[in-house]
Design a protein around this ligand. Structure first.
Ligand code: P61
Length: 460
C-alpha cells in the first residue's frame, strides 16, 4: 500500500500498560526529581522518549531465541552464533562481545591512546565516547561539516566529516598524535544525521594516507545505511546489508552499542578487521573489565537475541517504518513552526532549543527547560542534548557552549504508535505556545563526570 508514512510491518502480540498522571502530580514529581527527568521513576512517565537505547521491543523470533541461550562460562554456543552473524555483516576477522557500547569504549580506547597528548577526531563524539577518550588522558575533537549546526537548512548528510578541517587537524597535531578517527554513524548528538558513503570513503582515504586507525562507532549503522540507500546516488538498488558491508570495509575497528541497531535490551560489540595484536590486547583487557572473551558481560540468551536482532535491523521494511515514524513526528512539529533539526534523521526528532527559547542563555540550559515543561504538560520524557550534557571543558572547567541546544524526542524501536506521537506533538505545541515563560536552570548538585545523569537543578 502506498501511504505517506509506512504502517507498522508487524502486528502486536504482547502489550505493556502505561498510565497518564495529572499535571499537578507531574509538577511535584519533577520538583522531587531535581528538575532532571533522568531521576524520575519510569512509572511516572506516560510516553518515554528519553532514549532508543535498549528500550525497543523484541520480536517473537528473538524471544524464541532466548530459550536457546547456552550459559556456559567459556566457549558458549550462543557466542559462536553471534560471532557468525557479526562476521557476516562486517567481514572482520575478530569479535568480542561486551555488555554495552561503553564497555567496548573502555576496552579499546585506552589501547589506542599510546602516549600523552593524543587526540581522537570524530565527526561528532557521543558523550560516553568523549568521556572514555578523556579518561584515557586524550582529547576529543569534533570535525563535522558546518551545515550540521544550521538546523533550518536542508542537507542530506549532516553527519559528514569536514574533510579540509580533518586534514588541517592532522597536520597541525601530527599524525602520530592522533589515536584514531571515529566515524559516528549516525551522528547521534546532532540529530541522528547520516554520513554519506562518499564522505566515509574520503575520510578513510585521508586516515589511510596518515596511517591513522579508523573506528566506526556504529550504534545506528543500519539506519545510516538506509539513508545512504534513500539519499545517495548509486545506492538505490543495493541492499542494506551490502551498504553496511561496504561501510565496514573502510574501517579497522567497529564498536557498537547493540542496544540500538541490535534491537536488543542489552549488549555491545567489538569487531576488529585484521589487527591480530590489537585483538589479543582487547582479549586480555576485556577479562578484568567485562568478562571472559566469549561472553564479555552478556548472558548466553542475550547473545542469542542479539544475533537475531542484528539481522532484523537490516530488513528494509523495518527500517522504512522506523525512519517514517521519525519523519512523521518531525513533519507534525514543523507544521506548527516548531524549530527542529532539518531534515529529520534516524532515531529521534531534535527540537532546536536555542531557536525555541532564545531568551535563555546556554549555561542556563534552554533545552533542559523545554524538556521539563514538556514533561509537565504531557507526561512525555525527552532528553537534553546540549550544554548540560556537554559538561565542562576538561582544561578551563568552563561550561561548554554549542549552537546545538537540542531537545531529543527519541523513538524506541517497534514500541509506540502514531497516536502516541500525536500526544508528543500536542504536548510540544503547548510548550511552544507559552515559550516566553520558560525559565533557565542552575545546579543545586553537579557531578564531575557525565553530570546530566544525576545532576539536580532548580529553575531561576
Ligand atoms: C543514547 F543520555 N547512546 O543515545 P551504551 N555511541 C553512540 C551512542 O549513541 C551511545 C554509545 C556509544 C545512548 C545511551 C545514552 O548520556 C547518555 O550502550 C553513538 O549506552 O553504553 C549511547 O553506548 C554508548 C544516553 C548514553 C544518554 C549516554 O541514548
Amino acid at each position: 500500500m502506498d501511504t505517506k508514512y509506512k504502517a507498522e510491518p508487524y502486528r502486536i502480540k504482547v502489550v505493556e500498560p502505561i498510565k497518564e498522571t495529572t499535571k499537578e502530580k507531574r509538577i511535584e514529581l519533577l520538583q522531587n526529581a531535581g528538575y532532571n527527568p533522568f531521576t524520575l521513576r519510569s512509572e511516572d512517565v506516560y510516553i518515554d522518549l528519553l532514549t532508543d537505547s535498549g528500550t525497543g521491543a523484541m520480536s517473537d523470533k528473538q524471544w524464541g531465541a532466548l530459550m536457546q541461550g547456552d550459559e556456559a562460562y567459556a566457549g558458549s554456543r550462543s557466542f559462536y552464533r553471534l560471532e557468525g552473524v557479526v562476521k557476516h555483516i562486517t567481514n572482520y576477522k575478530h569479535f568480542i562481545p561486551v555488555h554495552q557500547g561503553r564497555g567496548a569504549e573502555q576496552v579499546v580506547i585506552p589501547l589506542l591512546t599510546k602516549h600523552d597528548k593524543m587526540t581522537f577526531i570524530s565527526n561528532m563524539h557521543f558523550d560516553t565516547t568523549k568521556a572514555h577518550v578523556e579518561l584515557a588522558g586524550a582529547r576529543a575533537i569534533d570535525c563535522v561539516i558546518e551545515a550540521c549546526y544550521d538546523t533550518k537548512t536542508y542537507h542530506p548528510f549532516k553527519g559528514n566529516f569536514d574533510l579540509d578541517k580533518l586534514k588541517h587537524l592532522i597536520e597541525e597535531r601530527g599524525a602520530d598524535n592522533i589515536g584514531g578517527i571515529i566515524m559516528t554513524i549516525t551522528n547521534n548528538s546532532a540529530g541522528g544525521q547520516p554520513v554519506s558513503m562518499a564522505n566515509l570513503k574520503a575520510t578513510a582515504k585521508i586516515a589511510n594516507a596518515y596511517h591513522i586507525p579508523i573506528l566506526i562507532d556504529g550504534a545506528r549503522y543500519a539506519e545510516n545505511a538506509y539513508f545512504i540507500k534513500q539519499r545517495e546516488k548509486g545506492y538505490e538498488d543495493k541492499s542494506i546489508l551490502e551498504i553496511a558491508q561496504e561501510t565496514f570495509a573502510l574501517a579497522d575497528i567497529f564498536l557498537m552499542s547493540a542496544k540500538k541497531d541490535g534491537l536488543s535490551n542489552i549488549g555491545g560489540l567489538i569487531a576488529i578487521k585484521d589487527d591480530e595484536a590489537l585483538f589479543q590486547a582487547c582479549q586480555s583487557r576485556v577479562v578484568p573489565l567485562e568478562g571472559f572473551p566469549t561472553y564479555g558481560g552478556m548472558t548466553g540468551r542475550d547473545m542469542e537475541a542479539l544475533a537475531v536482532g542484528l539481522q532484523e535491523a537490516l530488513e528494509e521494511d523495518y527500517l522504512s517504518h522506523r525512519i517514517d515514524q521519525v519523519r512523521y513526528l518531525g513533519d507534525r512539529l514543523k507544521a506548527m513552526n516548531i524549530p527542529i533539526q532539518w531534515p529529520t534523521g534516524g532515531h529521534a526528532v531534535f527540537v532546536d532549543g536555542k531557536a525555541f527559547a532564545p531568551h535563555i542563555p546556554f549555561d542556563q540550559f534552554p533545552a533542559q527547560s523545554i524538556v521539563n515543561q514538556l514533561y509537565i504538560e504531557s507526561g512525555v520524557r525527552a532528553v537534553e542534548i546540549g550544554s548540560l550534557l556537554l559538561g565542562r571543558d576538561p582544561d578551563t572547567k568552563e561550561n561548554i557552549d554549542t549552537p546545538l541546544q537540542l531537545v531529543r524526542l527519541t523513538i524506541p524501536r517497534r514500541t509506540y504508535t502514531q497516536n502516541h506521537l500525536d500526544v508528543v506533538a500536542e504536548g510540544m505545541k503547548k510548550v511552544y505556545q507559552n515559550r516566553e515563560q520558560l525559565k533557565g536552570l542552575s545546579f543545586t548538585y553537579e557531578p564531575k563526570i557525565l553530570r546530566h545523569f544525576t545532576a539536580k537543578l532548580k529553575p531561576l
